[in-house]
Every structure is written in structure tokens, then in C-alpha cells.
Write a protein that binds this ligand. Sequence first.
Ligand code: NAD
Length: 248
Amino acid sequence: MKLLEGKVALITGATRGIGRAIATKFAEQGANIVFTYRQKNGTAEEVESSIEALGVKCKGYAADAADYSATEGVVKQVIADFGRIDILVNNAGITKDGLLMRMSEEQWDAVITTNLKSAFNFTRATVPIMAKQRCGSIINMSSVVGVSGNAGQCNYSASKAGLIGFAKSVAKEMGPRGIRVNCIAPGFIQTDMTSALSEEMREAWCKTIPLRRGGTPEDVANTALFLASDLSSYVTGQVINCCGGMNC
Ligand code: NAD
């Protein structure tokens, strides 16, 4: 028996990296996959066909996750196409790093709207559907820097800490309606987002990690699978660090 058989999972920003790994993992476990992406460039079609090859339905929707009305439109269309939403993964995220003393308003606003407001947009649009179903699992992709802070990333850390407060609050509001809300706080995961770091910096990071390696998107996807499935049916309002012990 597959862990997500017959469920519908909506994952934001899933054409690459952690989002794509989660979409693939959930599909392998029987979920039909809905994902969003920011711009049309042909990748979404390739993701759709690779996931459909796993024997489930899959559809990508182009929409900026930070845009409230576009999000409402996507969720309405998903219901028209798939009929329900059982799992929401608020994964879309960006960095625009810099020290506070040099940070522009544009850097701050872009990161807060893309990383934090997007989660409000999708959760706000999805929760009434999950409440009617009387079940649902929402997963916010936070970060270890949302738990502990990081010099040079005050905008990103604030957005990721905000996702934790948001998840804990919605968990309290919506628990009685059968909706669980949790966060994953990944550490240093090898994706396009971290590929800008030099080889020396990557090695230096890895030396500080008790498990002595960067994480893979699949490491995060396995944690997401636990939170999405009924294996975690009594877990809500929590943050799971997936960081090789970096934050222990
Ligand atoms: P990535 O840059 O490879 O992927 C991010 C995805 O989000 C991309 O597909 C991008 O197109 C999409 N996206 C960005 N802005 C969007 C928008 N406005 N609307 C729709 N989609 C949008 O990064 P990743 O490493 O796979 O990160 C995924 C999530 O995990 C992010 O929220 C990131 O902050 C978080 N995270 C990553 C790491 C890491 O080390 N890689 C660590 C902690 C947390």
C-alpha cells in the first residue's frame, strides 16, 4: 500500500530542487500532483511528463506565488481539475542576501512577499477546501536560519521564522477541523539555490555539519513524505530540522 494513494498534493515552485524532489516522492507514493511555477520555459511540461510516467495525474500552473489573486485563481482551477486538495507544500522561495546595513527595501520586500506572503496566499485559499474535507496536511518550507538566524540573511531569516509562527498559529486555528500544519527547516541542501557558493565555502559548511555532508533534495522530500502522510497523523504545529545535525 502506497502512503499517499488517491491524495492530491499541491506544491509551489516545483520545477526544480526541493519542490521537484517532493513532487516526485509524493507521486511515487501514489499522490496526484499539482504544482506551480513562476515562468513558462518548457521545464513544467518536462516535469509533468516525468511525474505522469510514475502512473499518477500531474499538472503545472504558471503563477507568481506572491500574487494573491493569481493564487486564488490557481486553487479554483485545481479544484475544477482535481476535485480536492489533501496536501499543500508552501515551497516557493528565493534569497536576496546582504548585510542589514546595505539591504535595500526592494531586497527586503521581494524576499518577504515571495517566501512568506505566498504561504499566506496558498493557505488562505486552500484551508476552506481542507476544512470541508475535514482533513489536510500543510507543510511550510522554513529553514534552519529561520530557527537560528544568519548574518547576511536578515530578510530570508525573517521570512522563514515568519513561516514557523504562521504554521503554529494556523495549526491551533484549524486543528479542530482536521487540518495539520507543520514546518521543515532544511539545513544546507545541495540545489541551484546553494550552487552559487564556492567549492571552498561548501567544504567549510560541510565540516561544521555533524553528519559531514550537505543534504540532498531527497532527504527533505523524505521528511515531507512523513508530514504529508498519515504516519504523522498526531503531529501538528511542529518544526522538523532536516539538517544533518547542524542545528542540534
Ligand atoms: P530553488 O531555487 O532550486 O527552487 C525554488 C523554486 O521556487 C524554483 O522552482 C522557483 O522557480 C520557485 N519560485 C521562486 N519564486 C517563486 C514565485 N514567486 N512563484 C512561484 N514559484 C517561485 O531552491 P531550493 O533549494 O529547491 O529551495 C526550495 C525551498 O527550500 C525554498 O523555500 C528555500 O528557501 C528552502 N530552503 C532551501 C535550502 C537549501 O539549502 N537549498 C535550505 C533551507 C530552506
